[in-house]
Write a protein that binds this ligand. Structure first.
Ligand code: FDA
Length: 517
């Protein structure tokens, strides 16, 4: 084919022919020869592992201003055999919102980010391109006692976060973010705009946790807001190996999931230099968030977990919105910092690889000791492992209520993380093989058949679709069962209803049953 008839040229011609669209869409279409192309692409790449000269780039980026721009982009991509990548906040762990190994067009929803909060009815309509911080800020502007159960990293995009479930400080009290979605607007492969009623309950079920990029483009979401007291309390305390870190984490496994619904309690492990002798040690950091005052939290800790030795001095009282800034480690900033989507938050990593697990039985101390040994490898010092306690409301919501199945029976979730500077991308294999070794070591201690994983911690190691991203049900089940357990089958049925020709696809998209091997 000559370049004049390449899918790329045909796609652009198709867009420009789109009747009265042509003039307005031209302003938001970027090809590699446009001077803004690279800055737009790079601005929301949150994992610099996927920002190298060898990373495949989109043929065209579209930053739609109007719904009709999205419809035209879908129509022209489909007609000219190009795949689509949809990007809201760009935090996908495997870069699936802006990387593909087949020719593709990127729709970046940066201009779809309005947030409309209705305090009286305790709901908000939020567009997918908004970030969590924008939602929180708009809620806090209107009320000190309303909140949304989302994560603490304020730059995470609404679109991907809600599509994969979304946990955060309030999830033991109110469930996941996806448990609090009451309506949505979806554009399907035919360009139709559907709401809850017109898409039907199966598709509405699927988009609330079935993972982004499989069913269509969600334009906006109607969210239920939840109550928080004017005062919440947080503490963050560290204990090293020499301060009984292993025994404390061992005990944490028994107490954290039984804490009242009002409490969020996690612990992370990282390698640090000991303040005593400068030698490497493991630091375990216990972080708690409590819906209430320190006067209530301190006695609770004394009763349930006296070994941690929490006193009033460790506790800081603040409002819910301040806790997002505090625990997001963007301290000493005004609330406006939540609107800054480009901020390099301390929680936003450079190049990284992550994996996840679920734990149903406490890990014996000997198992935890083996984990420390793997942590002490000299050549990889930047690994961090987080344990997030479950229980509370998560135990009460049935597994089939949304596609997210990891509910009752889980003591906690693990995320393994290793990060490195972009300049060290040439050594990424070293870091990735370290995290794979740790993951392999943990096999006896975590969920089995399937070994469960969290879709929003996307991990292509657990299985992918075929090249070109079509796949059989059997092949997709390998990764699908891990993310969704028995809900995977219902996701496949929902896919058949909304996108039987499998236009919306990527390395871990839900296949329709009829797709070939
Ligand atoms: P991105 O834009 O990369 O999209 C992710 C996926 O969803 C892609 O497949 C994309 O195509 C698809 N998608 C995006 N917008 C869509 C739309 N409008 N319609 C359909 N599909 C769409 N998670 C969590 O539960 N709790 C937490 O506290 C955190 N914290 C956190 C911190 C940091 C620093 C990172 C990097 C990640 C997290 N996460 C998290 C994980 C996060 O929830 C996950 O990566 C989300 O998919 C990110 O959503 P974005 O919109 O930013 O990603």
């Amino acid at each position: 084919l000559s370049s004049a008839t390449s899918p790329h040229d045909n796609f652009l011609r198709c867009l420009s022919l789109g009747s009265n669209l042509s003039s307005s869409i031209a302003r938001v279409v970027y090809t590699p020869d446009n001077s803004l192309y690279s800055s737009i692409l790079d601005s929301r790449i949150r994992n610099l592992r996927f920002s190298t000269p060898d990373t495949p780039k989109p043929l065209v980026i579209v930053t739609p201003l109007l719904t009709s721009h999205i419809q035209a982009t879908i129509h022209c991509s489909r007609n000219h055999g190009l795949q689509l990548r949809i990007r809201s906040g760009g935090h996908d762990y495997e870069g699936l919102s802006y990387v593909s190994h087949v020719p593709f067009v990127l729709i970046d929803l940066i201009n779809f980010r309005s947030v409309d909060v209705d305090v009286e009815y305790r709901v908000a309509w939020v567009q997918s391109g908004a970030i969590l911080g924008e939602l929180y800020y708009k809620i806090a502007e209107k009320s000190k006692t309303l909140a949304f159960p989302g994560g603490i990293c304020h730059t995470v995009g609404i679109g991907g976060y809600l599509s994969g479930g979304g946990y955060g400080l309030l999830f033991r009290k109110y469930g996941l973010a996806a448990d609090n979605i009451i309506d949505a607007q979806l554009i399907d492969a035919n360009g139709r705009i559907l709401d809850r009623q017109s898409m039907g309950e199966d598709v509405f079920w699927a988009i609330r946790g079935g993972g982004g990029g499989s069913f269509g483009i969600v334009l906006s979401w109607k969210l239920k807001l939840v109550s928080v007291p004017p005062t919440v309390t947080v503490f963050a305390v560290g204990r090293t190996l020499e301060q009984n870190a292993i025994e404390l984490i061992h005990k944490w496994q028994y107490v954290a999931h039984r804490m009242p619904h009002e409490m969020y309690f996690d612990v992370s492990l990282s390698q640090v230099n000991s303040t005593r002798d400068g030698k490497k040690t493991i630091l375990s950091s216990f972080i708690a968030f409590f819906l209430g005052g320190a006067d209530e939290l301190v006695p609770l800790m004394h009763e349930r977990f006296p070994e941690l030795g929490i006193t009033k001095k460790d506790c800081i009282e603040m409002s819910w919105i301040e806790s997002i800034i505090y625990l997001g480690k963007i301290r000493n900033q005004s609330l406006e910092v939540l609107l800054d989507r480009d901020l390099q938050s301390p929680l936003t990593l450079p190049s990284f690889k992550s994996k996840s697990d679920y734990v149903k039985e406490p890990i014996p101390e000997i198992g935890l000791k083996g984990l420390w040994t793997r942590f002490s490898e000299k050549e990889v010092e930047s690994g961090v492992i987080y344990f997030f306690s479950y229980g509370g409301r998560m135990d009460e919501i049935p597994e089939s209520s949304t596609p997210f199945p990891h509910r009752a029976g889980n003591l906690y979730k693990i995320i393994y993380n290793v990060a490195w500077n972009q300049q060290d991308n040439k050594n990424s294999d070293k870091y990735i093989s370290w995290i794979r070794r740790v993951y392999s070591y943990m096999r006896p201690y975590v969920s089995k058949s399937p070994r469960e994983a969290y879709i929003n911690y996307r991990d292509l190691d657990i299985g992918t679709n075929n090249e070109g991203n079509t796949t059989s049900y059997a092949r997709a089940s390998v990764w699908g069962q891990k993310y969704f357990k028995n809900n995977f089958d219902r996701l496949v049925l929902a896919k058949m209803m909304i996108d039987p020709e499998n236009f919306f696809r990527h390395e871990q998209s839900i296949p329709p049953l009829c797709t070939k091997q």
